[in-house]
Each structure stands twice: as C-alpha cells, then as structure tokens.
Design a protein around this ligand. Sequence first.
Ligand code: GP9
Ligand code: MN
Length: 418
Amino acid sequence: GNELPEIKGYIEDHVRSNEQSELFGVAEGKNVITIWAESLQSFVINNEVNGQEITPFMNRLVNDEDTYYFENFYHQTEQGKTSDSEFLVDNSLYPLSRGAVFFTHGQNEYHAIPEIAKENDYYSAVFHANNKSFWNRDQMYESLNYDYFYDQESYEVSDENSVGWGLKDKAYFEQSIKYLQTLEQPFYTRFITLTNHFPFELDQEDKSIEPYDSNSNTLNNYFPTVRYMDEAIEQFFDQLKEAGLYEDTIIIIMGDHNGISANHNKAMSQYLEMDEITPYDYVQLQRVPLFIHIPGHGNGEIKSEIAGQIDIKPTLLHMLGIDTDQDIYFGNDLFHNDRKGFIAMRNGDFVSDDYIYTSGVCYDRQTGEPIASESNSLNNDGEENACSPVKQKVENELKLSDNIIYGDLFRFVDFDEQ
Ligand code: GP9
Ligand code: MN
C-alpha cells in the first residue's frame, strides 16, 4: 500500500474540488433509478431516419425543465463493454485496458456507490434479465456491496416476449415494477436494457420506424431498436408514475457504450452526410447520452461541458447530500465548474476542453483540425505539441487507477477515518 500517499495526494491536488456543487443535497433521501440504455449513442438524439424522429421521448427530455442533458458526455469503456460502464459509474475508477475488470478483479475490495449509499440507509439492487454470471456480475455485485440482483431467474421469459439477447425491454420493465414496489426505500437501483444490442434484432410488430438503407445492416437495424428502447423507457416512466414511485425518485439515463463500431464508418458517413469519418469524428461518436431527471426540480438545462462516466459517482453522491472528502475517485462533480478539464479514454486517447487526442494526432476540439501537423507525433520521437501536457496527466491518472486495482489497494484504506 505504499502507493496510497501518492494517489491520495494526486486526488487532493488534481481531482477533488473544495467548491460545493450547486446541486449538493438536491436529491437527499430520494430513490435513485439508473437506466443503462444499451449501445445508445448521442448521434441519434434529436435526429431523424427516413424523415422520422428516432428517439421522440428522449428528445422531449432534452428540453424538459426537470432534466439536465449532457451533450458532450463520453463513454470510457474498453473490452468489458457494459460491465466496464458499471465499474466506472459505481467506483469512479477506470476499467482495465485489456480484459474485463469484472472478471479479473471481481474479488477486490471496493468502495462503490452501493456501500456508501448503504451507510446512508439506502438499499441497492440491479435488475437485468440475463444470466447472473454473465460478466461475472454475481460475484462482482457482492464485491460492490449490492443488496440484491434481480437476474434472469426473476423474470418470465418466453418465445413471445424475447428477441435477440433475451427478454424484450418493454416486458422487462413491466415485470420489474412489482419488485421495485417491494424494495425498502430509499433505494439505489440499476436497470440494464438488452434489446438495443448488436445485431439489433427486432420483431416486425415492435418496429415503429423503418430501418435505414445502406450497406451496413448493423447500422440500418440500429434505428428501429433504438426507437423500441426509447418507447420502453417512456413506458417505464409512466409505470413509475402509476406505482407512485416517480415523485420521490431521481432518474438517470445513460448510454453504456457505442453500438456502431468503426467497421461501419462508411455507412455512418453516408447517414451523417459527411465525406468520411476521421479519427476525430470517431472520438466524437463515442458520445453517449446522459440525462439526470429530477421530478419537480424546474432548473434543468442542456450542459455542454465535457463529461464522462468517471464523473457520475461524485455527481450522484453529492446530489444525495453525501460528501466524498474521504473517498478515492477520479471523476468530477458535473455540477461545479472546478474540474480537471479532460476526459480520458481507456486507450490513452482523450478529450480536453480545447483538444481531442487520438491515433497520435492532436486536434482542435471545436474545429476538428489537426494542430501543428509537422510535429504531431508524441510517441515516436517525443516531440511536444499542444496535447502533450494533458497527455501526461491522462497517462498518470490511468496508471494510478490501475495501481489501485492491480494492488487491491482499498484493502489498506479506512474510508471512515476523519
Ligand atoms: C449482457 C448485456 C450486454 O448482460 O449487459 O453486454 P455487452 O455485450 O453490451 O457488454
Ligand atoms: Mn452494453
């Protein structure tokens, strides 16, 4: 544990803010529902296919007075896909650059949201209609201190109500409500959807919009399944209202990671009416929606500052009125302005307030133009450019996070000491 002083020092100096967020305590004692919108990318929000809106419900939420929408929010996942996004959110630590930390370090000591929430009288549960051992969730959820996992066995799954990976989202939410109603309150919960998963299969009867027309069936079929998920989430909101759970609950909706890989860049450029998808564009396509919905709040707005999955833990805990002075994490509260100024991708690429760094090239974030292309290689000959100072910070931060995981360092931390 002799790396801990350096890690704590880094967090004091570069991550933690002394400013209290403007929303500190706004959701104190309220229930929390987080909805993992499978493979949802931001490019579909307020967009159309074949002249049809793709996500009418979420589009309304963007401008809803009780909702904050983060339009420059990035996923930071790697090979662990959904499980990496869960890891990022609950711990505000980075997943690993290879493999899935849910598998490789499922028995580590963590200090995740469920544990902290429990100290504040919260009950925690995950709802996901897949096999409980997928991504080693059954083990990892114990390490993260979840109270209960409503896995596939909690659901009635039949040929009629399933497609692709399993239970359709609408049936999934419908069947979840009865469990949710029995939970001790306040609760912290996660709902992980499944229908909008590659290869984006959907029964004809569930298609409210037509597929796109390009050489990529993946991209083509993505749009109707995204719409289906949008409808399922809308229904869930209605069901929460009917169940009397809506008023006392804040709802976070987040895309877990991209659904359309670089293999479909040609079709994507056709859809977006661009000449090509450059490496800069591809980074921008890693934006996923983040909505924070606070019923009755009234001050919601569209937030444009850069943000990432690493930021959710401090943001949410502060909204619940839980201070994080003794905690160890790498994200920033999205409701104060005193932030690090960069979002690190797990492969070392990053987005900063001013630049986007990818494939060894430094781009202007606003224009997408490469900067100082003559001396743009950071790695090969060590030349400096505008991205270099942030690149060093990103590498250091990823290393410190890795050290925590590889060394299982939270075994040596007493998070309650004053
Ligand atoms: C599986 C679901 C999808 O349970 O979370 O996983 P993914 O392939 O997106 O990581
Ligand atoms: Mn996923």
